[in-house]
Ligand binder design. Structure first.
Ligand code: GUN
Length: 314
């Protein structure tokens, strides 16, 4: 059996195509939506993510601004940047790329972002709205996964969902969104005994642990929908030989490029066991960006609605 591929790129394209007329309507009526992306230091992975986010804004007609303070920035200096962005009328969305350097108090930064401009859905107010299932921006990666499941008509209500990973960015909001779709949800993490047995009960398995190919065939119920959030770089030849036993071209790729990109799900055993699976790359990554664009457009629309209701305020 080989799984159906859940193609994140085609879902992203549909979401962006649906957003385009909304961006045009905003531009015609008022102004283009605006997104500020703050990238601290020079973390290579974060730089790649931020480049994709800024590129997507350009393609959709969203104004974007990239701020790149140095790695040595203090919490107070970061707070000043956020407060300035909160005040600027042409900025509808603020994204502070995580992780932040250790000396910066990430909680204080997230708390300082105005909840209406929090296009990541990380502000405690918006997290509270998620828990209460009331409208607010949702964390982009989990929201994108729900969109993917719905657009591929993967049933969620009444199904057993297992989320591996309990991060604030993916695991926890993912579990809550699945719960609100009426799945029976289990969250697993590094201290979960017999992880494979727990995962084998899942009709929908979301892997967000950050460990290359950890989810092998024995973790997957035959026919399950498997969502791979992992983005890992494999550099060790022995590890690549163990994973890609029947794919010599992958070993050649490692020799040529120095690394192979792979998810948390075993790239051969995953598609053999699952009924449907997201590829890496081309699965969850494009959806995160699409949902960021969606949250930014929504934030701009809401700010315009508020302005129209009270024309004297900015
Ligand atoms: N780091 C990894 N994923 C994300 C994300 O979705 N948003 C932000 N701000 N930082 C991240």
């Amino acid at each position: 059996m080989s799984a159906q591929i859940l193609d994140g790129k085609s879902v992203r394209d549909s979401i962006l195509a649906e957003l385009k007329p909304r961006v045009e309507a905003l531009a015609a009526k008022h102004r283009r939506p605006g997104l500020a992306v703050v990238l601290v230091g020079d973390n290579p992975a974060s730089e790649i993510y931020v480049r994709s986010k800024v590129k997507a804004c350009g393609e959709l007609g969203i104004f974007s601004e990239r701020l790149t303070p140095p790695d040595s920035i203090t919490t107070e200096e970061m707070l000043a940047i956020v407060e300035d962005l909160n005040r600027r009328p042409e900025i509808d969305g603020i994204l502070v790329q995580m992780p932040l350097p250790a000396q910066v108090d990430a909680r204080r930064i997230l708390l300082a972002i105005s909840p209406e401009k929090d296009v990541d859905g990380f502000h405690p107010y918006n997290v509270g709205c998620l828990v209460a299932n009331s409208p607010a921006p949702r964390a982009c990666t989990p929201a994108g996964i729900i969109e993917l499941l719905k657009r591929y008509r993967v049933p969620i209500a009444g199904r057993r969902a297992v989320v591996i990973g309990r991060s604030d960015i993916v695991g926890k909001p993912m579990a809550l969104l699945l719960l609100h779709e009426n799945a029976t949800v289990t969250i697993c993490h590094s201290k979960t005994p017999d992880l494979a047995a727990e995962c084998r009960r899942a009709d929908i398995l979301v892997a967000a642990i950050g460990r290359a190919a950890l989810v092998t065939g024995e973790f997957i119920k035959p026919g399950a929908a498997v969502i791979d959030v992992g983005m890992n770089r494999l550099t060790r030849r022995e590890e690549a030989e163990r994973i890609y036993t029947r794919q010599p071209e992958k070993l050649r790729q490692l020799a040529e490029k120095g690394s192979i990109l792979l998810g948390d799900v075993h790239p051969i055993e995953g598609p053999e066991m699952a009924g449907a699976i997201t590829p890496v790359p081309g699965g969850v990554g494009p959806l995160t960006i699409a949902m960021l664009m969606s949250n930014t457009v929504r934030a701009a629309e809401r700010r315009l609605e508020a302005r129209e209701a009270a024309p004297c305020s900015s």
